[in-house]
Ligand binder design. Structure first.
Ligand code: E4P
Length: 218
């Protein structure tokens, strides 16, 4: 399973990348705004900075919601760097644009997916990635993980190559459950990724080993 980090914060991207397990980055307009990145040129430069830090796919989201606008923005984003994946919302114009980008060999991430039907359309349009937002479903008392399970079955039934990119991860158990279900990729904030490291028995065991070593070398 690939690990992407879901942030536009360069320090967090650096920290995850330094761990040596990072396969890519996803951003969205809200994450860019959170870092105070606004205005065409600054946003563009930020995408390039991220691409130069990480050896993997970096999702850059279009703002347009009409076919021509999505294509114009997506083509411009795709020229920024070889790592760019054009992130397109799950709307009719977005699906048309994903099909267009697929035919042109431009990688896409179909975002804001909340149902199996939407996931099926994204795969038929040839999306490289399809992002079901599991945390946001959990937030409204629906079952985000059950949706990912359902999509896994559908994609496997027909051998769709679109990768399931589990998004809106809230905690480390979301990551574990996604791995059990067979999501191809998770995109997570830094904290749940780093939380995977922790176990009190690891800390206790290491403290004991170091103490015993020190005793033997007194
Ligand atoms: C995915 O690509 C989105 O950027 C993200 O996972 C949304 O997560 P949120 O629900 O925590 O905003």
């Amino acid at each position: 399973m690939k690990f992407f980090i879901d942030t536009a914060n360069l320090d967090e991207i650096k920290e995850a990348n330094n761990l040596g397990v990072l396969d890519g980055v996803t951003t969205n307009p809200s994450l860019m705004a959170k870092e105070g990145i606004s205005g065409g040129d600054r946003i563009t430069k930020h995408y390039v900075d991220i691409c130069e830090m990480v050896n993997g796919d970096v999702s850059a989201e279009v703002i347009a919601t009409d076919f021509d606008g999505i294509v114009r923005e997506g083509e411009a984003l795709a020229t920024l760097h070889k790592n760019i994946v054009v992130k397109v919302p799950m709307i009719a114009e977005g699906i048309k644009a994903i099909k267009y980008f697929t035919d042109k060999g431009i990688k896409t991430n179909c975002t804001l997916v909340f149902s199996a039907g939407q996931a099926l359309l994204a795969a038929k349009a040839g999306a490289t990635y399809m992002s079901p937002f599991l945390g946001r479903l959990d937030d409204i008392s629906a079952d985000g993980l059950a949706l990912i399970e359902e999509i896994r079955i559908i994609y496997d039934n027909y051998g769709y190559q679109t990768e399931i990119l589990a998004a809106s991860i809230r905690h480390p158990m979301h990551i574990i459950e996604c791995a059990k279900i067979g999501a191809d990729v998770i995109t997570s904030p830094l904290k749940p990724i780093m939380s995977l490291l922790s176990h009190p028995l690891t800390d206790k065991g290491l403290a004991q080993f170091l103490a015993d070593y020190a005793k033997g070398n007194e």
